[in-house]
Design a protein around this ligand. Structure first.
Ligand SMILES: Nc1ncnc2c1ncn2[C@@H]1O[C@H](COP(=O)(O)OP(=O)(O)OP(=O)(O)O)[C@@H](O)[C@H]1O
Ligand SMILES: [Mg+2]
Length: 259
């Protein structure tokens, strides 16, 4: 199955009955952008995920916090279809994705998801605009069009004038904004960010994060951000706290419902 932007969601397909006692994930117009049900992931004797249920509404920004080793990155990787769970189900837009083929999951990551990691992982030999346009260039979009839209995104992120700089000629915060511009290029439904400002000082980190959230809000993308920054987490509408592979607490509201 190919998950293009206009993929029709099969109504009623979400309740597989694999997780008894849990309500089915809504489909159609009320479907969450992303949902995990009963997620378990074990490494040897280590339960990195120990039964996690989570739903992220379209356009919602959620912070995932918790001590080192509590399972935050594992949760992100399982939700993004990068890492298979041992048990449980993952849904994107109401469609189950964890049992899809690797080809379909990688198509989904390419078309509907965007990723920003702790260090931007830019290509050192390419300019800022080429890095920001890389997915489109690899996807076959013409170079002129790909670079023009990349320059537009860089400008919105405050990087006008830096388009021809290579990563080594950018500050840490600027490089991270190039990575954000790259993650936004295909207008993803969900942006996964794992400590995207962890390598920056707190002021630059805050500004970079604000740029990411504003850009996501501009395109209606949901954001799931793992962070150790308490101020950042407190500034988001919802914070999910993980401990020992479980969700230990939730602060905030989803779609106006305070939990
Ligand atoms: N590939 C792996 N092999 C073995 N154990 C792993 C692997 N990846 C993660 N773990 C273990 O799973 C648990 C959760 O790891 P995870 O990376 O999700 O934590 P985290 O909350 O992201 O921590 P941090 O804040 O340090 O990034 C940890 O105990 C970790 O040691
Ligand atoms: Mg981590």
């Amino acid at each position: 199955m190919v998950f293009g932007r206009n993929t029709t969601i099969p109504v009623g397909g979400a309740d597989t009955g694999a997780n008894p006692g849990r309500p089915p994930v809504p489909t159609g117009a009320s479907a969450p952008a992303l949902a995990g049900r009963g997620l378990v992931k074990t490494y040897g004797t280590q339960r990195a995920l120990d039964g996690v249920d989570i739903e992220i509404a379209p356009g919602e920004a959620v912070a995932v916090v918790g001590p080192s080793g509590s399972g935050k990155s594992t949760l992100l990787h399982v939700l993004a279809g990068i890492l298979p769970a041992d048990a449980g189900e993952v849904f994107a837009g109401g469609t189950r994705i964890d049992d899809a083929s690797e080809t379909a999951r990688s198509e989904l990551r390419r078309t509907r998801f965007g990723f920003v990691f702790q260090s931007g992982m830019l290509v050192a030999e390419l300019t800022a605009e080429e890095n920001a346009a890389l997915p489109q260039l690899l996807g076959g979009l013409g170079r002129g069009a790909a670079l023009a839209t990349a320059r537009d995104r860089l400008g919105r992120l405050g990087l006008a004038g830096k388009e021809r700089h290579r990563p080594g000629e950018l500050s840490g915060g600027e490089a991270q904004r190039v990575a954000i511009a790259r993650a936004l290029g295909h207008r993803p439904n969900v942006i996964f960010a794992d400590e995207p400002t962890g390598a920056l000082d707190s002021r630059t980190g805050g500004e970079t994060m604000r740029a990411l959230l504003d850009s996501a809000a501009g395109t209606g993308a949901a954001v799931v951000v793992v962070t150790h920054d308490r101020d950042l987490a407190a500034s988001l509408p919802r914070t999910v706290t993980m401990r020992d592979g479980r969700i230990d607490g939730v602060r905030g509201s989803v779609a106006g419902v305070v939990s």
